[in-house]
Ligand binder design. Structure first.
Ligand SMILES: *Cc1c(COP(=O)(O)O)cnc(C)c1O
Ligand SMILES: [Zn+2]
Length: 411
């Protein structure tokens, strides 16, 4: 691929060719970053080209993705999700501009569709027979969806805490599911072992640099939807840290191409019970393993696989990392829904809980533009959402008298 210069190790700097490895550095095991020939890309891609492009999905940015074509990937609409101007919530918080990027509008209801789409395109280019991943749901759902009906088979390592709706999606799309009696990190390691032994193609976060690239398109869209500007602050929930590293790369790509001038600050939100990145941020070192426990399973990670680049993004952007409690996350689900009509899963509502905290601490300035990334749809984890509302188990007889008894007929 001409547009790719190399795959460079984020830790030791060693440069690899596209045919060397799709995963980690062969010298030190560090995570790889894909470097592009921006001069070449600039010749055929700029915002005038984008303005003419009527394909409103993530493939409108294919010139900046590490694949030659998306041919063969099912034509479901990944990307070009809405960016809502959330005036009611902004007023309530006393901030000037709040945007919500609703990633729950992707085909399987989460931002993971973006990463999976690129990984599937890459696996097709390599003529892989099996693509695999370990995930508590969203990443694997998107793989299952995007390989549905293809020769490329999907094998998923599904940990114990996979919410029911996410599990059902896998079976509906026809993935082969291995239910692992363990947590995400244990499923991840088993998936990695199977990849090495069986020569499968692995999409895993922080392991596969191609899937990270797909996340860039979320940043591209925000800039395009804001008329070629980045917000002042972008708030992102972090588990492995790939959404952060991927989106930061996206903003950098657009800056390198001269499409945006000002870079945003990136703020990571983690659950208190799964805060390896936040702890590393405060220590000023690398991430260390924790024992993750949170209701927000999509950000429940013992050892974040993409922490190195996520922490780098926080540093380079002058950002920060904060945590929110499960209680704050559960409270944020109906608040966000009632104030913006966006129903988020816990990992998505965490960013709103984080925003509230930042505003309370005075960390958001009056004139700043803030965007929050809601990574997944609330319907993907009803059991969690149910904890934040009260659903009475009583019924009324289907008669008008009963309505009168409820006091609703009084003027
Ligand atoms: C995966 C996911 C996250 C966290 O992304 P990482 O790349 O693991 O940091 C946040 N929210 C939702 C809904 C997700 O599916
Ligand atoms: Zn290395």
């Amino acid at each position: 691929m001409k547009k790719i210069l190399n795959l460079q190790c984020a830790s030791c700097g060693k440069e690899h060719k596209t045919r060397d490895s799709d995963y980690l550095c062969n010298a030190c095991g560090g995570t790889l970053e894909i470097n592009y020939d921006y001069k070449l890309i600039k010749k055929r891609f700029d915002y005038d080209v984008l303005k003419e492009n009527t394909a409103y999905n993530m493939w409108r940015y294919i010139d900046l993705l590490p694949i030659d074509s998306n041919e063969g990937v099912p034509p479901v609409q990944v990307g070009w999700t809405p960016l809502y101007n959330a005036e009611t919530l902004a007023d309530g918080l006393g901030i000037s501009k709040l945007y919500i990027k609703d990633e729950g509008r992707n085909p399987t209801g989460s931002i993971k569709d973006r990463g999976s789409a690129v990984a599937v395109a890459r696996a097709l280019e390599l003529d892989a027979e099996v693509i695999t991943d370990a995930s508590s749901g969203n990443a694997s759902d998107s793989l299952a969806c995007l390989t549905a009906g293809l020769k490329l088979r999907t094998v998923i390592f599904s940990p114990r805490n996979t919410p029911e709706a996410k599990l059902v999606q896998l079976y509906i799309y026809g993935a082969q599911v291995i239910r692992v009696d363990g947590n995400y990190d244990e499923a991840y390691e088993l998936c990695k072992e199977a990849t090495a032994k069986l020569n499968w193609y692995n999409r895993a976060a922080g392991f596969n640099p191609y899937s990270r690239e797909g996340k860039k398109t979320c940043a591209f869209e925000i800039c395009e939807q804001l008329q070629w500007e980045a917000p002042d602050k972008v708030i992102i929930a972090a588990g492995d840290g790939t959404i952060i590293s991927g989106m930061w790369k996206g903003f950098k790509d657009f800056a390198k191409l001269g499409i945006i001038e000002k870079m945003p600050q990136i703020i990571a939100v983690q659950a208190q019970g799964s805060a390896a990145i936040k702890e590393a941020w405060e220590r000023g070192g690398e991430a260390a393993k924790v024992r993750a426990a949170t209701i927000a399973e999509s950000i429940s990670v013992d050892f974040p696989r993409d922490a190195f680049l996520a922490l780098k993004a926080l540093r380079e952007s002058g950002g920060a990392a904060i945590t929110v409690s499960d209680e704050e996350i559960l409270q944020a689900i109906p608040e966000l829904a009632r104030g913006s009509s966006v129903f988020a899963e816990p990992g998505g509502a965490a960013v709103y809980a984080g925003l509230k905290k930042l505003v309370a601490e005075g960390a958001v300035k009056k004139d700043e533009t803030v965007a929050i990334i809601v990574g997944g749809n609330g319907l993907k984890d009803i059991a969690a959402a149910e904890k934040s509302v009260h659903i009475p188990n009583t019924f009324v007889k289907p008669s008008w008298e009963e309505i009168v008894k409820l006091g609703m007929a009084q003027k």
